[in-house]
Design a binder for this molecule. Structure first.
Ligand SMILES: Cc1cc2nc3c(=O)[nH]c(=O)nc-3n(C[C@H](O)[C@H](O)[C@H](O)COP(=O)(O)OP(=O)(O)OC[C@H]3O[C@@H](n4cnc5c(N)ncnc54)[C@H](O)[C@@H]3O)c2cc1C
Length: 475
C-alpha cells in the first residue's frame, strides 16, 4: 500500500473534485485526487457504443452557466448548438399529437393562460430567492412543507397545466415525481437557472454541447494534475480529528491501493454516497441526519442513432414533449458534423421503475414506440440503441443529482456546506447557481478550493465558513 503526504486529499474525480484540485494546486498546495472508478468525469461520461459516440451522462450547457463555459474555453474545447430548426411535437393528455413552434405547447386557450400564470408565479418566487440560501425566503417553511404537486394544484385547477409545468422540474430536472419534493425545492431549481422561464425554454437550458464530449472537461483537468489523480481507488475510511479535535492528526483517507495523509479533505461525491465512507470518529449527529434526507432521482437517458436525421426531412426539430407519455422529452442529439442522426429521450422516475420491470427487449420496444408516436415509424429501427442506467452504477446510484425530501431543504440546507473539522463538501448537488449541473459542480469545486486556501492562510476571508474550517484539528 502506497502512502502519500499532501495538503489536501480530494475524494472523487468528477468535475467538482477536479476543479477544486486544479485550483488548489495552482495556488501552491499539494493534492491527491482519489477516484473509485477506472475513469475520471463521474456523471459526465462520453463513450463509443457500437460505433456511435454517446453522451452517457451530463452534456448540455446553458448561457447562464458562465463558469463552465469559461473552463471549456480555457481547456481549448469547442462547443456547438443543439439542432432546433423546424417544428416541435407535443402530445396532449388525451393523446392528441400536434406540431408547434415557439415556447408554448399547443394547448387549449384556458390551459395556456393557466400555464402562463404558473410560470409567472414561479418566476416571481425564483426572483425573490437566493439560490445560495433558499431557506432565507420569507415563505421558505411554507413552501418547503408542501409537495410541488399539491402546491401547483393549489394555484390552478387545470390538470394539464399543472402536469406540463410540473414536467419541467419533476421529470425534467429532479427526476422524481412532483409529490416527492417540495415547492421550495422547485423554486431553488428555477432560481439556480436564473428564472423558471429558463427551465421552460429548452433552447436556453439545453443550448450547447462540447464537441467531442463533456467528459473531456474532466479528462483535460485530470491531465493537468498528472499523477496526482489516482484511479480505481475508492476511499473506504476517512480518519479525522473528531469534534474535539483530538482523535487523529489531520485527515487520513484510506483507499484500496493508497493511503493519503493530509491537512484537509474534500468529499467531492454526491451526498447519497457519503455513507459509503466509514468516518472515524463518526460524523456528528447533524450530518448523519442531513445526509439521509438527500437522495438522487432516477431517469433512463435513451440514445437512438439512425442512418440520417430523418425527422429533419419532415421539417421537425426533433424536440418533443408529452407529460403523460412514457418518453416525456425527446431531442435531436446528433453529434457535431456527424451525418448520422441521434435522438435522445428521457424516461423518468415512476415510469423508469415500470420499464426496469420489463425484459431489455420489451423495454426497448416500449421506449422506441413512444418515440415513434412523436416522430414517426422510422424511429422504431435505430442502428444503435443504448440506455444510460445510472441507477445501477455503484458510484452514483441515480440521475441526475440529489435533492431533499419534503421539508429537508429549509431544515438542513443552512448546514449543508459547513465543513466538519477539516472535511469540506463539494458537488453539483450542493451548488447554488448551476445546481445539479456540471457548471454547479465546477463552481462548487472552485468555491471549496478558495475556502480551503483562506483557511490554510489563517482564515483571512472572515466568513463563517472559513472560521469553521479553522476549527480544532486543522493542523
Ligand atoms: C444521465 C445524466 C444526464 C445529465 N445531463 C446533464 C446536462 O445535460 N448538463 C449538465 O450540466 N449536467 C447534467 N447532468 C448532471 C452532471 O453530470 C452532474 O451534476 C455533475 O457531473 C456532478 O459533478 P460532481 O463532480 O459534483 O459529481 P460526480 O460527477 O458524480 O463525481 C463524483 C465522483 O466521485 C467518485 N466517487 C464516489 N464515491 C467515491 C469514493 N468513496 N471514493 C472515491 N471516489 C468516489 C465517483 O466515481 C465520481 O467519479 C447529468 C447527469 C446524468 C447522470
Amino acid at each position: 500500500m502506497k502512502t502519500l503526504e499532501r495538503d489536501v486529499v480530494i475524494i472523487g474525480a468528477g468535475p467538482s473534485g477536479l476543479s477544486a484540485a486544479r485550483r488548489l494546486k495552482a495556488a501552491g498546495l499539494s493534492v491527491a485526487v482519489l477516484e473509485a472508478r477506472d475513469r475520471v468525469g463521474g456523471r459526465t461520461w462520453t463513450d463509443t457504443i457500437d460505433g456511435a459516440m454517446l453522451e452517457i451522462g451530463g452534456q448540455w450547457i446553458s448561457p447562464d452557466q458562465t463558469v463552465l463555459a469559461s473552463l471549456v474555453e480555457e481547456l481549448g474545447l469547442e462547443t456547438f448548438e443543439r439542432y432546433r430548426a423546424g417544428e416541435s411535437v407535443y402530445i396532449s393528455a388525451d393523446g392528441t399529437r400536434s406540431t408547434y413552434t415557439g415556447d408554448m405547447f399547443p394547448v387549449g386557450e384556458r390551459t395556456e393562460q393557466e400555464m402562463l400564470k404558473l410560470i409567472g408565479i414561479l418566476d416571481q418566487l425564483a426572483a425573490e430567492t437566493d439560490p445560495a440560501a433558499p431557506w432565507k425566503h420569507p415563505r421558505a417553511r411554507e413552501l418547503d412543507t408542501i409537495s410541488f404537486s399539491s402546491w401547483l394544484r393549489g394555484q390552478s385547477d387545470d390538470e394539464e397545466a399543472c402536469n406540463n409545468i410540473g414536467l419541467f422540474v419533476a421529470g425534467g430536472m429532479l427526476t422524481k415525481p412532483a409529490h416527492a419534493f417540495s415547492a421550495l425545492q422547485a423554486v431553488l431549481m428555477a432560481a439556480s437557472a436564473g428564472s423558471f422561464s429558463h427551465l421552460v425554454d429548452e433552447d436556453f437550458i439545453l443550448d450547447r454541447r462540447v464537441a467531442g464530449g463533456m467528459q473531456q472537461v474532466s479528462e483535460r483537468m485530470a491531465a493537468d494534475l498528472g499523477d496526482d489523480v489516482l484511479l480505481s481507488n475508492p476511499v473506504r475510511f476517512l480518519h479525522w480529528p473528531g469534534e474535539d479535535g483530538t482523535a487523529h492528526d489531520g485527515v487520513t483517507a484510506v483507499a484500496d491501493n493508497v493511503t493519503v495523509h493530509a491537512r484537509y479533505a474534500v468529499m467531492a461525491v454526491p451526498p447519497n454516497l457519503y455513507s459509503r465512507v466509514s468516518f472515524d470518529p463518526p460524523l456528528p449527529r447533524r450530518q448523519h441526519q442531513m445526509h439521509q434526507h438527500q437522495s438522487l432521482g432516477l431517469v433512463i437517458k435513451v440514445h437512438a442513432v439512425y442512418p440520417t436525421p430523418f425527422w429533419r426531412d419532415k421539417g421537425l426539430s426533433g424536440t418533443c414533449f408529452g407529460a403523460g407519455e412514457l418518453v416525456q422529452e425527446v431531442y435531436d442529439n446528433t453529434n457535431h458534423q456527424d451525418p448520422r442522426g441521434t435522438l435522445v429521450g428521457f424516461v423518468s422516475d415512476e415510469k423508469a421503475d415500470a420499464m426496469f420491470k420489463l425484459s431489455a427487449e420489451d423495454r426497448r420496444r416500449a421506449i422506441l414506440s413512444s418515440i415513434a408516436a412523436f416522430l414517426g415509424e422510422e424511429a422504431l429501427s435505430p442502428e444503435v440503441y443504448y440506455e444510460s442506467d445510472w441507477g445501477s452504477e455503484e458510484w452514483t446510484r441515480g440521475a441526475y443529482a440529489a435533492s431533499y425530501d419534503l421539508g429537508g431543504l429549509h431544515r438542513y440546507g443552512p448546514d449543508q456546506l459547513e465543513p466538519v473539522g477539516p472535511i469540506h463538501w463539494s458537488c453539483s448537488d450542493l451548488a447554488a447557481e448551476g445546481y445539479q449541473h456540471v457548471d454547479g459542480a465546477v463552481r462548487m469545486g472552485l468555491l471549496t478550493a478558495d475556502r480551503i486556501l483562506a483557511a490554510a492562510s489563517g482564515g483571512t476571508s472572515g466568513s463563517a465558513f472559513a472560521d469553521a474550517a479553522t476549527a480544532p484539528g486543522q493542523g
